[in-house]
Structure formats: C-alpha cells, structure tokens
Design a protein around this ligand. Structure first.
Ligand code: PEP
Ligand code: MG
Length: 587
C-alpha cells in the first residue's frame, strides 16, 4: 500500500463491529435528497398526492427487489430487516401526515414528506433508550428512499469500487450493509449511527469491521485516503505513517489469528477441565443475529427480547404477527432451545400504543411484567403466540422484572387461561413448556427461595439487578463509574440466587451483560451458574476461558472474592488471579 500522505489523524467514533480493516477510502454519497419547498395551487393538490403515492409504490417495488437479492445472497433469515422497512412504508401515519401537509399546507410532495420525517424524528428524539431512539434511523432510510423515487435519483451500489475499499458515508441503510460484497468492501465508517442502529447490528452479524457516529467522517476524509479502522475500539486513523501502519498491520494479523483460533472451539464442549458443563447461549433482538450465533457455537437462545416487535408502529402486533415472528426464530434455531422473554417495556423503553403514562420515576414505574399484567388484552395474545411457537421447537418463556410471588402466580394463572383456550381451539403447543423469571429486582433476590418453588428456571438480568441494587441509573453516564458488577452486594445477590435455585432443583442462568464479560467467567463459574447467555461475539471468548478453568478452583476463588469489602478490592484480587492462572486465555 502506498502511503502518499501521512496525516495520522485519529477520529474517535462508536464501535459498531469489531475487527481491523486497512484500505482506501471511498466516499459514497448517501446524503439526503435535496428538497426545494414550493407552494402549490389547489389545482395541483391531486397531482402532488398522486406523485407521492406513486413514489410509495415505486419504493415498495424497489424494497421487494432488494429483499429478493438479499434472500439470494445472504439467505432468507436476513430479509427480516427489509420487511420492517416495508412495514414502515405502509404505516398509516406516513401517508396521513404527508397527504395532510399537501392538502392542508399546500406544499409540494417532497416538502410534505420531509415535514413528516421531521415529526417522526421529534417523536423519537424524546426516547431515552438508545436502541429504540435509533429506530428513527430506519424511518429516515425509508423516507429517503421514497424521496429518491420521487425525484428519480438512483443510488450507486457500494460494491462499485476498485480493489478493496472502506466505505465512508454519511449513513448506510441496513439494505446497504446486507448487500456488501466482502471481497470488495472490507469495512465502513459513517457520520451517523450508534451501537444499536440496524446497520451496526448487521455489521456485527456479518462480521464487517465498522465505526459509526463519527459525525464528520465524510467532511474530513477524502476519497483515496488510506484508512485504518479499528472497529472494536471505534477508532479510525486517516493516512497513517509507516510506523502506525505497521503497528496496525500486526494488530490485524493478531486479531485474525485469534478469531481463527477461537472458531476452532466452536464445536468443542463448553466444559471445564474438571468436567463441568455450562450452557453458553446467545441474546438476540433480531432474527438476523441468529446466523452469527450459530457461527459462534451458541447452544440456543437464552434471551430473545421481544420489544422490537412492538416498537415503531401505531398499532400493536396481534397474535398472528407475533406467532409468525416467534415461529421464524424457533425454526431458525431448531433443534436448539429458544428462551422468549415477554414484553419488557415501560421505564426507558417506550411503545406508542400502550398509553404509557408520563411517570416521574419511570425506572420504578409501570413497566415490564407490571404493565403486561395491567393490560391482559395485550399480554394474552403474546402468551398465546409464544405457546403456539412452542409446538415448533423447544421454547421456554420467561418474564421480566418480577418482584414477588403474587406477580408470578398472576402470570401463571393467565398462562393457564391461554393454554386452556388453545386446547379448546385445537391449536397445538408444548404442554411441558418451561417457565422462568428474570431476577433483576432486589426483592426477588431476597425471596429467591420462595420464587424458586414457582418456576422452572431463573435468569439473572444483571443490567437491571446492578442498577436496582446499587441505585445507579444504568443510562446515566455520570454514574457509570459507580455501576460495579463486582460490588460485594451484587456478588452476594448472585450467590443467593444460585443457591436458592439449586436448593429447589432448578437452573440458574444469567443473561445480563455480565455473562459475556470473559474476565467475570471464573466468578460466575465458581458461583455455580448453569447457563450464560450473551452476544454472539463473546461466546467463544467465554468458552475459551471456561475450557481452561476448573470448577473446583473457581469455587475457591469465589469463596475468597466474597470476603472483600469493596468492588475495587474484589477487582484487584480477580485481576491478580487472572494474571496468575488464566493469563494466556486472555491474549
Ligand atoms: C438485564 O436487565 O440484565 C437484561 C438482560 O434485560 P434488559 O437489558 O433487556 O433490561
Ligand atoms: Mg432488564
């Protein structure tokens, strides 16, 4: 590679997908369609509405052909994202608002559509949850497509490049990412986007190194610049000098070597040196994450978050739509088990149609299972849909934010009603379907022994359990230093939960982020967890360490860890142990 310029600029963005790519920048114009606003006469209204509707149709046809292309190139499980875009296209608010602006405000169709987009954006901007807020990007992508159809602008394919390129774009749509030919495009960087934007999720699923949210990448990088992207660190180096270039080349080789080595573990058992088997499963929100779980050897899905089905729409999904979605995931994962979590909204996760009240303290408000129990007309169809999916493969159901026995009994009563209905209607389901609860509230920890008599398994949601145990808002960046997974109160809670589960003869699982942090594995193993569920990329890293640990040694380590009074002391003890016993597993 010729290093003509050596600026060595370092741009810091958000890590979207790990891996190191070194290549030549290709600026790709994915900028917004320029719209000129024009007042129209009453006589022009009908023609503008017709132009808008024709563009909607054209966009639909385009999306359908993209869907077919994706199905052929990537497989049917990846078309889901395009289906979401097709649904957005059919959204009644999109049509109503745009036609309303043409007719009421007398503006041309392009300007009317831009106003609709603005309204959607204002709606999304108020949402705290990163994941939900970033769905606004999906709406924008769809509206830009309609606008392009309206003005007759065609989009250049990302794969129209010479040699191996790194795409630099203002933003990329999920379809762009899905259609990337990895022999031509080796990575991408964008101005917009966050860790949970759809394109980032897909980049991880397809293992394309990517950095997003750089804000000014398209302004600061020139076509032809040499780029290094370190996707894991969220760093982009522009025109590196020889030294930096060589350094990253080495890191890239090391990273790729490690990945190859890790993949060799894929089919080996997740077993300690003293023969203790732990189930390692994956967390998913989208069906398109499933192929990556399989590549990384997941033994099932330990947490399928169903929120995304409920989001981004005016009307809630009915039983049939939910059944189709759950059935697709269960079939894609079969014969391995899928653990489906019922709706966990409220708090910082917002859904339009659920009439969620403005709460002063949403994290302690009407959320998750409390909301489901308050609205059986929404909850029952979800239970029925999950039960019906259980006829198609191994399914377990679990419930978020359970605080006590009365709640789980109420849930079980509703579940029994749903089962009785299905029996009456002759619709099949697994009579032995297992049920579990998420342990994420301190009250559930304290009465874990009582709860264990009610269910078939526990799954600890550490993201919330830590937040509620330590009274640390998990979304408040000013408090992040106090968010301590190794806090003695958290460790004692985890021990109480595992001990109560085992005393009752049920499984203790964990599906919070802590489960995928490889350095915590010796602790989780020593505490006695039976199952850990995590993102796809963590699976083999955790398995590698697991296969070098002994349960017996890990139990001794936990006994000592539990004796320290502060998280800092637990952490330095754990680091010392890792250096002494497991250092080579963490290279
Ligand atoms: C958790 O709280 O740890 C969890 C897995 O649930 P969520 O992150 O969806 O709240
Ligand atoms: Mg949670």
């Amino acid at each position: 590679m010729v290093l003509a310029k050596t600026d060595n600029w370092v741009l810091q963005g958000t890590s979207a997908s790990p891996g190191i790519a070194i290549g030549v920048a290709r600026i790709t114009d994915r900028s917004r369609v320029a719209v000129v606003e024009r007042e129209i006469t009453p006589a022009e209204v009908a023609a503008e509405v017709a132009r808008f509707k024709a563009a909607l149709e054209a966009a639909k046809e385009e999306l359908q052909s993209v869907k077919q292309q994706i199905a052929e190139q990537r497989g049917a499980e990846h078309v889901y994202v395009i289906d979401t875009h097709l649904l957005i296209l059919q959204d009644s608010m999109l049509t109503r608002e745009t036609v309303g602006a043409i007719e009421g405000e007398r503006v041309n169709a392009e300007a009317a559509l831009r106003r609709t987009l603005q309204k959607f954006k204002e709606f999304f901007a108020g949402i705290e949850d990163d994941y939900l807020r970033e769905r606004s990007g999906d709406v924008e992508t769809v509206i830009e497509r309609v606008l392009r159809c309206m003005v007759g602008q065609r989009q250049q394919s990302l794969n129209d490049v010479e040699g191996k390129a790194i795409i630099v774009a203002h933003d990329l749509s999920p379809a762009d990412v899905l259609l990337i030919d990895k022999s031509k495009v080796i990575g991408f960087v964008t101005d917009l986007g966050g860790k949970t934007s759809h394109s980032a999720i897909l980049a991880r699923a397809l293992e394309i190194p990517a950095v997003v949210g750089l804000e000014r990448a398209t302004g600061e990088i020139d076509d032809g610049d040499v780029l290094i992207i370190d996707g894991g660190a969220g760093v982009v180096v522009v025109n590196p000098d020889q030294e930096v270039f060589r350094d990253y080349l080495k890191r890239k080789q090391h990273y790729e070597y490690q990945e190859r080595e890790l993949l060799k573990l894929r089919d080996l058992p997740a077993e300690t040196t003293d023969g203790c088997r732990i189930l390692l499963k994956g967390n998913v929100e989208f069906p398109e994450e499933i192929p990556s779980l399989k590549v990384h050897g997941a033994e099932g899905i330990g947490l399928y978050r169903t929120e995304m089905l409920f989001f981004n729409r005016e009307e809630l999904p009915g039983e049939e739509e939910q059944f189709a979605a759950y059935a697709a995931v269960v079939k894609a994962m079969a014969p391995q088990p899928v653990t489906i979590r019922t709706l966990d909204v409220g708090g910082d996760k917002f859904v339009a149609d659920l009439n969620l009240a403005d709460e002063l303290n949403p994290a302690l408000g009407l959320r998750a299972i409390r909301l489901s129990l308050r609205q059986p007309e929404t909850f029952k169809p979800q239970l029925r849909a999950i039960l019906r999916a259980s006829a198609l493969g191994k399914v377990r159901i679990f419930f978020p934010m359970v605080s006590g026995v009365a709640e789980i009994r109420a849930v079980k009563a509703l579940l029994e009603e749903a089962k009785a209905e299905l029996r009456r209607e002759g619709l099949p389901f697994d009579e032995g379907v297992e049920i579990g609860i998420m342990i994420e509230i301190p009250s559930a920890v304290i009465i874990a022994d009582l709860l264990a008599r009610e269910v078939d398994f526990f799954s600890v949601g550490t993201n919330d359990l830590i937040q509620y145990s330590l009274a640390i808002d998990r979304t408040n960046e000013h408090l992040s230093h106090l968010y301590e997974p190794l806090h003695p109160a958290v460790l004692r809670s985890l021990k109480m939960v595992v001990d109560a589960a085992h005393a009752a003869g049920i499984d203790a699982c964990m599906c919070g982020e802590m489960a995928g942090e490889a350095e915590y594995l010796p602790i989780l193993l020593g505490l006695g967890f039976d199952e850990l569920s995590m993102n796809a990329i963590s699976l083999l890293r955790v398995k590698k360490i697991l296969r070098r640990c002994s349960r017996h040694e890990a139990e001794k380590l936990v006994a000592r860890a539990l004796g320290f009074p502060t998280a800092t002391e637990v952490e330095s003890f754990l680091k010392g142990e890792i250096v002494a016993h497991y250092a080579e597993s963490f290279d």
